[in-house]
Design a protein around this ligand. Structure first.
Ligand code: PRP
Ligand code: MN
Ligand code: MG
Length: 181
């Protein structure tokens, strides 16, 4: 494999900054969910690193489950119509669900997902996203736990991909122009 760090133009967040932010989020979540019956729901595949790190910073009991979703239509992922490729294994009745995401872009995936999960008899559905792009959002969505708001730029690493590449970077970075050209 090529050295992926040669393809980066600037690093937005280092692995140390990410670890500190994830730890802060975990403390808030532990505080807010004391005594509750919580299920962490990760959205494949981008949420894998944040889920793996966040869950190990949590002190309470937090089972996890996963969904894989895909937008309907040809290529454009902003239709807001979502297809479930892999559903949860867990019955959500009475559960306090915390959706774990790497990034909120248009917000359409999460907006649809929250409504879908709420229809299954949950007690509550909240969202934890490491990154959010306010300028890209096409729907207003209430996100209780946000790591950072970032400009509407293409970023990779820590789960975020460009054509399925760069997910394994330990930092979050912008891509160098030569990668696109
Ligand atoms: C990305 C990202 C979020 C979603 C955000 O996932 O991980 O899940 O897009 O976009 P939205 O706010 O515009 O709906 P993607 O569909 O690329 O799948 P991946 O996680 O497998 O990369
Ligand atoms: Mn994703
Ligand atoms: Mg992706």
């Amino acid at each position: 494999a090529e050295h992926v760090k040669d393809d980066l133009s600037s690093i937005l967040f280092t692995k140390e900054q990410i670890a500190e932010k994830v730890s802060e989020l975990a403390q808030r979540i532990d505080h807010d969910y004391q005594g509750r019956d919580v299920l962490l729901v990760g959205v494949l595949k981008g949420a894998v690193p944040i889920m793996a790190d966040l869950m190990r910073q949590l002190d309470g009991q937090y089972p996890m489950d996963w969904m894989a979703v895909s937008s309907y239509g040809s290529g454009t992922k902003s239709s807001g119509v979502v297809r479930i490729l892999k559903d949860l294994d867990t019955d959500l009745h009475g559960k306090d669900v915390l959706i774990v995401e790497d990034v909120i872009d248009s917000g359409l995936t999460l907006s649809w997902l929250r409504t879908n999960l709420e229809s299954r008899g949950t007690s509550s559905v909240e969202i934890c996203a490491l990154l959010r792009k306010p300028e890209a959002m096409k729907t207003s969505i209430d996100v209780r736990y946000v790591g950072w708001d970032i400009p509407n730029e293409f970023v990779v690493g820590y789960g975020l991909d460009f054509a399925e590449q760069y997910r394994n970077l330990d930092c979050i970075a912008t891509l160098a122009p030569h990668v696109y050209e």
